[in-house]
Design a protein. Sequence first.
Length: 189
Amino acid sequence: MPSGIPNSPMKYFIIIIFSLVLLDNTYSQKEDYIWLFGQDQLIEPGVQATKFDFNSDPFEPMVRNGGLSFDMNNASICDEQGNLLVYSNGCAIANGNNDIIANGDSINYGAFFQQLWLDDCDLGYPGQQDILMLTDPGNEHGYYLIHKTIEYIPNQDPATFIDFLKYSYIDLEQNGGAGLVLEKNVVFH
């Protein structure tokens, strides 16, 4: 029997820790390095939108001009170098150049949006922590936007409710590299 600690839990613990340290030093991702907040000045004068860019050292918040406006719902994702790829305010999906991606409008569209939100996406879709952007493990250019749509049925108690979890699928390689939303508002739970 060889010396050492065969099949001990400590052996596996040391291997796992060593692997994590090695992986951390050889491969890091910056998919969450840019956070976008606030309203654009064109919508409400005097109110500035904010951009947190963790690529800069030391980190300092910056004023963001242009792009989608936000109330509380926002999700974004960057590439491995920390460059903004795609983001959403719950109503639309835009690329890193602040252009709404083809078919990227009308996210969460429905009776609530039409009748109570008055078809107005100037501040984004309401809600807190209601959207999430995830990479597609099977497509390096694909991203899932997971979102919750507020449902509205008049004369029902309660009249507004969240009943479904939905996704929209973005492929940034489509449309000549400008991106395309291939599936939108698909119920999966």
